[in-house]
Write a protein that binds this ligand. Structure first.
Ligand SMILES: [Mn+2]
Length: 323
């Protein structure tokens, strides 16, 4: 597996931290304002070489590629699909192997606090469904689950062949939180069975899963996490290694060593399935000295996360050698 750090677009201290931690791979989230501009071939090329010149290999792109028209099935869908497919072709030409996307429309992950006090006063994010349910827009459904399945099928038919040809894996991220609806917007990828259905709709190596571990732990409880990793097996293209405590309706994000999931068993399962894609920590708490301007993606909490992951992997490998 390839340890990767989610990094900003421009060189900075976190890029240097990655190399000092022994991390060779980068993941970018893109920017919210740029539309498709960042993903044009020449811009993506310079992004890739910028990482390479700093000793990092760009292993995945995730997040903010415009997709809402595709998800909603609005008249602008065709133009957006064409731009999306062009991004995939550009990634293929540049040998960037994973494109992580979600099927959350209008907005992506939702938290009700980003200043919840964690261990020793670290700041973390948390979610309380009762609070979002009180929003006025929670009372009328803006987008149905049926519509989302319909647009999803259309998307797969159009995009999977392009991804196959480009050698890029489309990696589906679960809904966060795994609930539906949230703020009046239906969601469809908050259950393990929904991922089975998605993979069966278009069986292909290019049709793959981002195993965002904490979301899967909130679907049926943390005890199922290693089993689900083995169940999806080679269909997992990308891992978000993170943990929480609580339920889908009420949870708090934790340091990697204090959540409700057996992280050693999870790491062992990734090894057992032969996972060789990028794996990155996700949503670590902000520690003293972190500004908490990008909750979940600050420097210090993630440095702890990498040390923890490296220790887990060494333990797993020692155990596998011994048995
Ligand atoms: Mn995630």
């Amino acid at each position: 597996m390839k340890f990767a750090m989610c990094l900003e677009l421009d060189h900075g201290p976190k890029w240097i931290h990655a190399r000092q931690l022994g991390v060779d791979h980068a993941v970018v989230l893109g920017d919210t304002q740029g539309g498709h501009e960042l993903w044009r071939y020449e811009n993506l090329l310079r992004l890739k070489t910028r990482f390479e010149d700093a000793g990092l290999n760009l292993a995945a792109i995730e997040g903010l590629i415009p997709m809402d028209h595709i998800k909603l099935g609005t008249p602008e869908r065709e133009a957006e699909l064409e731009a999306f497919c062009q991004t995939i072709r550009n990634m293929g030409a540049l040998e960037i192997p994973v494109l992580c996307y979600s099927w959350m429309a209008h907005f992506t992950w939702v938290r009700t606090s980003t200043t919840t006090r964690a261990r020793g006063g670290a700041l973390t994010s948390s979610y309380d469904h009762a609070l979002t349910q009180r929003a006025p827009e929670a009372n009328h459904l803006r987008l149905t689950e049926d519509k989302l399945w319909e647009t999803y099928a259309y998307f797969l038919d159009r995009v999977v062949p392009v991804a196959e040809k480009a050698g890029v894996r489309l990696s589906l991220h679960p809904d966060d939180p795994p609930l539906s609806p949230v703020l009046g917007v239906g969601r469809i990828f908050g259950r393990p069975e929904a991922f089975d259905r998605a993979m069966a709709m278009k069986p292909s190596e290019a049709n793959a899963i981002t195993f965002c571990q904490a979301n899967f732990s909130l679907m049926d409880g943390p005890a199922r996490v290693p089993e689900l990793i083995r169940h999806y097996g080679k269909q997992i293209a990308f891992v978000h290694f993170r943990d929480v405590r609580g339920t889908a309706e009420s949870f708090v994000e934790t340091f990697h060593d204090e959540g409700h999931t057996d992280m050693f068993a999870a790491m062992r399962a990734y090894r057992d399935i032969g996972f060789n894609g990028p794996i990155r920590p996700d949503h670590a708490p902000s520690m003293e000295g972190d500004p908490n301007t990008r909750p979940g993606y600050e420097a210090l909490g993630r440095i702890h996360a990498f040390g923890y992951m490296q220790g887990l992997l060494e333990g797993v490998d020692a155990m596998r050698r011994a048995t």
